[in-house]
Ligand binder design. Sequence first.
Ligand SMILES: Nc1ncnc2c1ncn2[C@@H]1O[C@H](COP(=O)(O)OP(=O)(O)OP(=O)(O)O)[C@@H](O)[C@H]1O
Ligand SMILES: [Mg+2]
Length: 343
Amino acid sequence: MRDRIGIHVGELFIEEHAPGGKAQDLHSLQVDMCARVMSLAQGDQILLRRSAFDNARQVLKGRDLQGLNEANELHWLNHGLYLLKGVEEPLEICEVGEAGAALLQPPPDSEKVHRYVSPDAEPVLGWRPSVDQVVPGTDWVLIEKLGEGGFGEVWLGTHRRLKEKSVFKFCFRADRVRSLKREVTLFRLLKERVGRHPNIAAVQDVYLNEPPYYLTSEYAEGRDLATWIQTEGGFDRVPLSIRLEIVAQVADALQAAHAAGIIHRDVKPSNILISTDAKSNASPLAKLTDFWHRTGCFERIACRRHAPWLYRNGAFPRGSGHGGNASLHGAGAHCPETGFHPV
Ligand SMILES: Nc1ncnc2c1ncn2[C@@H]1O[C@H](COP(=O)(O)OP(=O)(O)OP(=O)(O)O)[C@@H](O)[C@H]1O
Ligand SMILES: [Mg+2]
């Protein structure tokens, strides 16, 4: 016998019955949705809706599962959107399974279901990161999801032998992958013109040849500014001298980038990473990251027709003629996170 399983998370009512007959009835549209997901599966296949899939792959380690062959890894795949007969909105269908035992294939089209994916989106479907999983073709194992942004998912990885840590930013948007490919020269520009700056988080490598597409960068233990301030107990618990130091360091990073002709355009707390050295009492080190996230984000200062995107993308309207100094104003505008207010 071969099992097929559908997993969907939603609220339902359970009606308990008196002993003797049927124990209970389940009432909810979600039950029907779950049955529909299951009906897409074939033998030896576990299909899931996206929310269940995203939650499970952050915690479920193959080696913790009883009966899983130790040599086999769990594979996590996003098959993309499907249109089901009788359901208006397309559903994102994902799969988890043991390599070598599970089917691990997109459900085929049938009378009741059609794939709803433009060919453009194809290259970013399939493999998805999960805890304890090896990044394909490398010796890096993913250990924790750090966050998620418009670009994709951010995971912390550790090297199997060297035990070093590195951050993997996976990109699952076809449009972003295309613009990233165009911007590879700009990574080089930043490297060549600014070099290694203590307050700029360096991109270590860029993998854009085949999926999964990702960048790697150094790990900041304190995460981003907003998270770090929270873990410290709020900005009034962080000494004024340290808060001022962080703002000054971000201004230094922007100054160095501007001097090299590069505008950030997306200065905000989540793009200011905080490195802390638990062993020393040294002040935390602020590192500006994500110079490349907005489409066409690198902009020569000489091009004054487009103002940089500032914190909350609204400090200056487009075409206002503000150049590099506007990003420096952006550094001031994010001061509320450090307890200051913009002037
Ligand atoms: N090198 C890093 N070290 C530690 N944490 C990181 C690192 N890079 C990113 N993060 C964490 O991952 C989160 C998500 O980052 P990401 O850049 O994808 O999104 P974002 O900056 O919040 O939003 P946006 O989509 O606008 O860029 C950050 O808020 C931060 O907490
Ligand atoms: Mg970011």
